[in-house]
Design a protein around this ligand. Sequence first.
Ligand code: GN1
Ligand code: MG
Length: 371
Amino acid sequence: MSMTAELQTIIPHFDFSGELALCEPIMTGHLNRTYRLGFVLPDGTRRDYVLQRINTFAFKKPEEVMQNVQLVTEHLCQAYRKQGRDPANRVLRLVPVKGGGVLYQDDNGSWRAYDFITGARTIDRVDSPAQFQEIGRAFGAFQNMLSDFPIERLYDTIPNFHHTVRRMEAFERSVVADVRGRAASVQPEIAAVRARRNGMGRIVEMIDAGTLPLRVTHNDTKINNVMLDERTGEALCVIDLDTVMAGSALYDFGDAIRYGASTAAEDERDLSRVRLDIGLFSAYAEGFISETARSLTLPELENLPLGALVMTFENGMRFLTDYLDGDVYFHIEGADDNLARARCQLKLLSDMEAHSDEMYAITKALIGKYR
Ligand code: GN1
Ligand code: MG
């Protein structure tokens, strides 16, 4: 087992049980650094954990992230118990830091650890509509379980995270600053963002107007943030709670569609392969709406497809912004990764626009079926 010197100094600060036998990086996610740790207990059984270094460039106040995570996981546990179900392996459980708390900080970083969700896996691509429908149900149920959570107790871990209008302003500043001299080479992409400027502030406007309520939302609903039972495929546990905060249900619906209902990976370079899979859209919508038809308001339900359009636009714009900024936010492997991601999102967006009527019609039919 190879392990960095850094990990060797971090691990002893957590209340792990047993003897360390496995340490391997988990490569999903663009921000936090994640490791799977395996320990062997005195009776020979294995106990696994997830250790994460929180990205403090993105999350400026890790204490507030952890405060949110603690409150939300406690609430989710209670919600399961109220339903007569055992929250074990269904809600993230934090590992205490020796000496108190759930966050370990030293000069080099901020760390936290969870029990590993056992017998489960995550996927980066959807295998079947039924699987995506199950993930839709899971995020719908997650929304419902947090519907009675006192929203004012949550910190904004990243202020204005999905404030699309502020994101557009930041984008324009990056185009002007052009710190890497890249703007000239991405004029078509810049123009594609600017061409959509008017419509994409709609969610923010509807929140401000009171048409859409603020709810406790996950805000990062990629399919790989749901752990699926290895054998049955059942959605066991929603993970990555760092951005759980006040938001719109449209964000959670939309980001799941953006990532999961695309025919290609988020950074596919062959744009001819990037389309919206309307069958997958329909499957997710059915899962999500079957859970939330009675808990969300009619304006929320009817506008769910707008969430898909806006989240795809927003992510495309964020990737392009980061490319212009010199790749300071999202982790990259290759020099033009953020540009490839941006192009892919913009292509997906134009295909969504072409299928917008279909998305709305499917949504309407499902509202009729379940409400
Ligand atoms: C980031 O780190 P990860 O992959 O969970 C980002 C999301 C983006 C996503 C794009 C806090 O999520 O907003 O949609 O990349 N998270 C944050 O893949 O910025
Ligand atoms: Mg995340």
